[in-house]
Design a protein around this ligand. Structure first.
Ligand code: NAD
Length: 541
């Protein structure tokens, strides 16, 4: 062990590059896109020091051009998962004992690799594999991921610095041990940053990890793996497996050494995992940590005092960026009658000006949704809205999957505040609006609070401080991330710790020390300097 109390570099948020015409970053990402589009990768399983090609493969294609294949990846069988667990536990012996500053250096290096040499590639991979336009790829795959890595290193040192009081007779210490076992990270398709952060945050705290990425994010996952390798994450610390999610999960949860799950994805999957952990509880060596960030039905509510342009822009950006596939995307809005005609007019004008197509064309604001299952689900809700008497589609409503999974940005207006698309997470570029009577502001807030099972993000727009105060109070439990006069998306690491409660997750706030704390099991060490040698207390005399 080195001798010294080391300070880590102060975390700063990575500046978002503009990708304006003729900028060097635009040229770099276009070149990377072309190269990656025209090559085919073959992604193995990463278990210990081995890269395993099982021969049982699936193809990787671009959602905006689904016949175009950019690679394949190999699927694990049960024996591979068992092997990954064994490798992780073997690697734990060295990793859990490595000095924290060595772990910090690895992840700080990973951040700088993404900020520099890997930036164009990780952005291009996210554009191709997840159909993000360049701005969405940049704020996710580059900036948010860099921020997670830098800030988490800083948060780790804050946690380690948090020590109990001592006095002259005893010295009390808290040691933040890694969990006794391994952590299972299950990641969603929609954020490259989340995919990397879930295994990395646990690993940073000294844990070993089995990481199962989403089938729809393998293309950019490969770049994350390359970055971690180059940064120096030792073999076996983050083992990567692909394949049948149920089989993988059941095998992992059956292990006595399973010590925690770091999940982001849909609510029903998380509840299922939680139930299985409960059913297996007698098998485990330790109570597993269960951390899950799940679905949302995120809202915008405008007060009659709100600025119309701000409300309409909040809806357009909040609902349609990345085709509404952010867990934080606005998908229900409550607009007062007095503002509705003007808000509607601007929404229609905004939608008309939006171009939809491949992210390769930088003029496209909207690209494709992630896969056919999502496309079909969205199309069925749109078709139903066309038939229902209490719903009207005022913008969009068309879709086409002949080339890519394209769904037009769609606005449904309903006269029924409990209409199905006011309650259900659709995860696409569809928002439903309920127009309320101006005098019924508090009733509208009540609707916001009680209409959905979720509580992830939400926004209030108002120029009236009393109205803002009432909304902030009444909606205290309706959102884990609450926005005043801003869209409900775009949380920044270190600034707006992210997560929701109710059916939206365990609210362990990714991008904050609260999350990292879940990956440590503190040990209290009390040392007494002059130890008593007689059991009798003075009062006995
Ligand atoms: P998903 O639930 O379909 O998949 C997430 C992960 O779980 C994937 O790796 C998938 O393979 C795996 N999985 C699927 N079925 C499983 C099963 N039965 N057992 C174990 N694992 C299983 O979610 P998705 O479509 O990738 O992502 C979208 C969802 O994620 C939305 O509901 C969104 O709101 C949520 N999300 C939430 C946050 C947040 O911070 N709250 C962030 C991003 C996404």
């Amino acid at each position: 062990m080195l001798k010294g109390f080391f300070h880590v570099p102060k975390a700063v948020n990575e500046p978002v590059k503009s990708y304006a015409p003729n900028s060097p970053e635009k040229a770099a990402v276009q070149a990377a896109y072309t190269t990656m589009w025209n090559s085919k990768i073959d992604v193995p399983l990463y278990i210990g020091s081995e890269e395993i090609k099982t021969g049982n493969t699936k193809t990787i294609s671009a959602p905006h051009d689904h016949k175009h294949i950019v690679g394949t990846y190999h699927l694990a069988e049960k024996q591979h998962i068992e092997k990954a667990i064994a490798n992780a536990l073997e690697s734990r012996k060295a990793w859990a004992n490595m000095a924290w500053e060595q772990r910090a250096a690895i992840f700080l290096k990973a951040a700088e690799l993404i900020a520099g040499p890997y930036r164009a590639r990780i952005n291009a991979a996210t554009m191709i594999g997840q159909s993000k336009n360049i701005h969405q790829a940049e704020i996710d795959a580059s900036c948010e991921l860099i921020d997670f890595l830098r800030y988490n290193v800083e948060f780790m040192t804050q946690i380690y610095n948090d020590q109990p009081k001592s006095d002259s007779t005893t010295w009390n210490r808290l040691e933040y041990r890694p969990l006794e076992g391994f952590v299972y990270a299950i990641t969603p398709f929609n954020f490259t940053a989340i995919a990397a952060n879930l295994p990395a945050s646990a690993a940073m705290m000294g844990n070993v990890v089995i990481w199962k990425p989403s089938d729809s994010q393998v293309f950019s996952a490969k770049i994350i793996i390359d970055v971690f390798k180059e940064a120096g994450v030792p073999d076996g610390v983050i083992n990567v497996v692909f394949g049948d999610a149920l089989m993988i999960t059941d095998t992992v949860l059956a292990s006595r050494d399973f010590a925690g799950v770091h999940f982001t994805g849909s609510t029903h999957v998380f509840k299922d995992i939680w139930a299985k952990i409960g059913a297996n509880i007698n098998n485990y060596k330790t109570y597993p940590r269960i951390v899950g960030e799940t679905g949302g039905k995120d809202f915008i509510i405008a007060h009659p005092s709100a600025n119309v342009k701000q409300v309409a822009t909040g809806i357009t950006r909040g609902a349609f960026e990345f085709q509404g596939q952010k867990c934080s995307a606005a998908s229900r809005a409550y607009i007062p009658q007095s503002l509705w005609p003007a808000v509607k007019e601007q929404l229609i004008a905004d939608a008309k000006s939006m171009k939809m197509g491949s992210p390769e064309d930088f003029g496209n604001f909207i690209t494709a949704v992630i896969h056919e299952g999502s496309f079909d689900k969205l199309a069925s809700y749109i078709d139903q809205a066309k038939k229902d008497a209490d719903a009207e589609i005022i913008i969009g409503g068309n879709y086409d999957k002949s080339v890519g999974y394209f769904i037009e940005p769609t606005v449904i207006v309903t006269t029924n505040p409990k209409y199905t698309t006011m309650e259900t997470e659709l995860f696409g570029p569809v928002i439903t609006i309920y127009v309320y009577e101006d005098a019924k502001w508090e009733e509208a807030l009540e609707l916001v609070d009680t209409t959905s099972e979720y509580a992830l993000t939400g926004a209030v727009f108002s120029q009236d401080r009393y109205a803002i105060e009432v909304a902030t109070t009444k909606l205290q439990n309706a959102a884990g991330n609450f926005y005043i006069n801003d869209k409900p998306t775009g949380a920044v690491v270190g600034m707006q710790p992210f997560g929701g409660a109710r059916a939206s997750g365990t609210n362990d706030k990714a991008g904050s020390a609260l999350n990292l704390l879940r990956w440590a099991s503190p040990r209290t060490i009390k040392e007494t300097f002059v130890t008593p040698e007689d059991y009798k207390y003075p009062f006995l005399g």
